[in-house]
Ligand binder design. Sequence first.
Ligand SMILES: C[S@@+](CC[C@H](N)C(=O)[O-])C[C@H]1O[C@@H](n2cnc3c(N)ncnc32)[C@H](O)[C@@H]1O
Ligand code: SF4
Ligand code: SF4
Ligand code: SF4
Length: 448
Amino acid sequence: MRLDPTRLRLLPRGRYLLVVDRRSGHWLSLAAEEEPFLRLLAADGLAPVPAEVRARVERLRRLLVDGKVGVDDPGPAFDRLNTLILKLTNACNLACSYCYDFEKVEHARVIDEETAQRAIAQALELCPERLWVILHGGEPMLVWELVERIVLRGEAEARAQGKAISFSGQTNMTRLDGRIAGFSLDHDILWGLSIDGPAPVNDALRVGHGGGGSHALFAECLRRFPRFVRSCGVLSTITALNQESLLATARHFRDLGMASWDWSLFQPIGRGRDLAGRLQLDARALGRGWDALFAAVEGREFNGFPVKPVTKYLDNFLRGPGHNMCMRARCGAGRDLLSVSADGTIEACDCIDPVGPLGGLGHMAGGSLASARAAPLAERIRSRDMDRNDPCADCIWFALCGGTCLAHAGDIDALWPEACAMAQLAFDRISLSLAGSDALIDYAGSLR
Ligand SMILES: C[S@@+](CC[C@H](N)C(=O)[O-])C[C@H]1O[C@@H](n2cnc3c(N)ncnc32)[C@H](O)[C@@H]1O
Ligand code: SF4
Ligand code: SF4
Ligand code: SF4
């Protein structure tokens, strides 16, 4: 394999030098003294250098090639659909102030059952082995009987096609009952639960249609079904109001005994558009909040508890890009992911603004997932390559970051500045920490 030194970027990390392949995300940590020899790699063959220097440069070249750093490595392709988001309804019993997607129950749509089943059957045909179906909304637990029928038919269709199928979902968990918990356990439906923090934090924005906070409804479900609720991962929406209290929020959910904690960074679309002035994230304040959280993870306070705003960066750094479809150069939208809305519209990703320039690949009525995936707009979405654009074009973290979410950025060649600042901070802190201690390796090990 031929080494291409133009792919390499060097970053001093104390006594070490981090050598990153910015195209594949593979990296090596070398002694800092190797830097002059590494720099000769690009010039090797041109400059007349003594034999011992040439030998040292050659040793480095072999080390890099063996570690697949600086060599062409296409990695996994992700060119087949494997994930389908089904927005079962845009109805919701809550009216969170920032919500990008809800309607009062009486004005809302529910997905046509046959459409949902056809979407799953088509997705199974397109997927290589296993299909992940994410039940979404609005609030999916409002249409529970429909959920059961969709899951049962989906499982039967998967068996008929000789494929595997897994269901997960995102819920406000205010309508949990024994039937929902039992069916979810029987069919391995993994639920993520949305709540923003203790009552005063949560109730500032996660409110009912009458305006009152929703925390009490969650607390009641936790009281009635403690094991089931605690088996769910928590997702908190981060806005200007709670961006600096990430550590307190993570501690709160760890201490409640929840399975994990994750964040959804505020996107000013839908109803959130009207509150952008008040809720818009500030990159520096968010960075301060993340830094405090990271210090606690590094200080081993969270061993055994997945703090996903840290692990999503840490996993990519340790395992390489791919597993997280939002943090790789070619993200999932319109590639390994499609989303079907309650009205049957097919989107490349549910985060894409349906009324924006990237919304609407097609419709299940008169169309199919395959035709939507082949549509010119889907091709355009898949053509996103931030490696062509500043500031990503020369960024050391490009492969590990991917250039931020195109839905949040708003267009194919646009960048989401807050996520860019976050990624730079996170990869800087993580690489520095790994050069000086085993704390993050121990943390990653504690989560296995
Ligand atoms: C739209 S909800 C649908 C599922 C369910 N009703 C729930 O609350 O989990 C999915 C997730 O998106 C988050 N969310 C809603 N509006 C958002 C926005 N404008 N920016 C970022 N996340 C948002 C919610 O807090 C929730 O965690
Ligand atoms: S975030 Fe979820 S619970 Fe809140 S209004 Fe939107 S759909 Fe409903
Ligand atoms: S559009 Fe954004 S949220 Fe959707 S898959 Fe791509 S990076 Fe992820
Ligand atoms: S978005 Fe920022 S951190 Fe990510 S690759 Fe581009 S410049 Fe680098």
